[in-house]
Ligand binder design. Structure first.
Ligand code: C2E
Ligand code: CA
Ligand code: CA
Ligand code: CA
Length: 281
C-alpha cells in the first residue's frame, strides 16, 4: 500500500508539472498570437422573433493558430483574462467588428453589432476609459452608437459593483446599449437589474435546452420574460436549436432569438451572403 501511495504521488506531481508546462506554453503562444494578430471573428445572427428579420449579429472571437488551427474562445479567454491579454485581444475584437460592420452598413445592411466584453476591459482607474475607447472607435468608423451593443455577464456586476456601475453608465451615456449575457447562471440579485443600465437580457441556453421537457425550466423562462417586460427590457433567448423551441418562445413574447436553428456563427464572407439573401426576401 505504501508503494502505491508513492506511485500515486509521483504520478500526480508529474501530471501537475505537465499542466503547468501546458499552461505556460499556452500563455506564450497567446502572447505571440496577440503580436501576430492570429484572431478572427465569426458572426451569429440574432433575429426578431415576430418578423424573423436579422436585427443584429454577435461577434465571437476565435484564435487561428498556425499549427493547431481554429481554437474556440473557451480554450483561451480564461487565460487571456488572467494574464491581462484580454485587453489587447478585446481591442482587436472591437476594431475588427466595427470595421466589418462599417462595410455592411455601406452595402446597405443596417444591422447592429453585439460584442462580448470582459470585466477586465471595463474596470479601470478612470470610469470612462472604456467608454472613451468605444467613442473613439465609433467615430473612426463613423458608426452610430445605437448600432453597438455590449454584452456583459452577471458575474461582472458582482465583481466590482461601484466601478462596474460607473463604467457601464459611461458606456450607456454614449448611446451604446448594454446586454446582460447568460442570464440566470450567476448569482446576481434582482436589484442589480434595476441599478444597472441594462437594455436587453439574454436568457442562458441552459434554460432553453430543457424548457420543453422540464416544467420548472419553462416556468423560469416565463418568469424571466415577465420580469424583463415589467422592467422595460427586451429579451433574447440563446441556444435555440429547433422550431418547437422557437414557437414556444414566440408564444411567450420573447422578443429575439439566437441559435443554431437560425444559423451557427459564420465567417465574414458567409454572414455577408446571409445578409444579402435576407435582403432579397
Ligand atoms: P456566449 O457569449 O454565451 O456566446 C454564445 C456561445 O454559444 C457561442 O460559443 C456560440 O457559438 C454558442 N451557441 C450559439 N447558439 C448555439 C446553439 O444553438 N447551440 C449550441 N450548442 N451552442 C450555441 P463560442 O463562440 O464558442 O463562445 C463561447 C464564449 O466565449 C462566449 O459565450 C463568450 O462568453 C466568450 N467569447 C466569445 N467571443 C468573445 C470576445 O470577443 N470577448 C470575450 N470577452 N469573450 C468572448
Ligand atoms: Ca455573448
Ligand atoms: Ca451567452
Ligand atoms: Ca456563455
Amino acid at each position: 500500500a505504501k508503494g502505491d501511495g508513492r506511485n500515486n504521488f509521483s504520478f500526480f506531481s508529474s501530471d501537475m508539472n505537465k499542466d503547468m508546462l501546458e499552461r505556460i506554453t499556452l500563455e506564450q503562444s497567446l502572447r505571440r498570437a496577440v503580436l501576430q494578430q492570429e484572431f478572427c471573428l465569426h458572426y451569429q445572427p440574432i433575429i426578431d422573433n415576430q418578423t424573423e428579420q436579422i436585427i443584429a449579429v454577435e461577434a465571437l472571437v476565435r484564435w487561428l493558430d498556425p499549427k493547431k488551427g481554429l481554437i474556440p474562445p473557451d480554450q483561451f479567454i480564461p487565460i487571456a483574462e488572467e494574464t491581462g491579454l484580454i485587453e489587447p485581444i478585446g481591442e482587436w475584437v472591437l476594431q475588427q467588428a466595427l470595421s466589418d460592420l462599417k462595410g455592411w452598413h455601406e452595402k446597405g445592411y443596417l444591422i447592429n453589432m453585439a460584442i462580448n466584453v470582459s470585466s477586465r476591459q471595463l474596470v479601470h482607474s478612470h470610469a470612462n476609459e472604456f467608454a472613451c475607447l468605444l467613442n473613439g472607435l465609433l467615430q473612426k468608423f463613423d458608426i452610430a452608437p445605437q448600432s453597438l451593443h455590449i454584452e456583459i455577464t452577471e458575474s461582472m456586476l458582482m465583481a466590482d459593483t461601484e466601478q462596474a456601475l460607473n463604467a457601464l453608465n459611461a458606456i450607456r451615456a454614449l448611446g451604446v446599449e448594454i446586454y446582460l449575457d447568460d442570464f440566470g447562471t450567476g448569482y446576481s440579485s434582482l436589484s442589480y437589474l434595476k441599478r444597472f443600465p441594462i437594455s436587453v437580457i439574454k436568457i442562458d441556453k441552459s434554460f432553453v435546452d430543457n424548457m420543453l421537457e422540464d416544467k420548472a425550466d419553462a416556468n423560469l423562462i416565463k418568469a424571466i420574460i415577465m420580469m424583463g417586460q415589467s422592467l422595460d427590457m427586451k429579451l433574447v433567448a440563446e441556444g435555440v436549436e429547433n422550431m418547437a423551441q422557437q414557437e414556444f418562445l414566440q408564444g411567450l413574447g420573447c422578443d429575439y432569438v439566437q441559435g443554431y436553428l437560425i444559423s451557427r456563427p459564420l465567417a465574414e464572407v458567409d454572414i455577408i451572403e446571409l445578409l444579402a439573401d435576407a435582403a432579397k426576401t
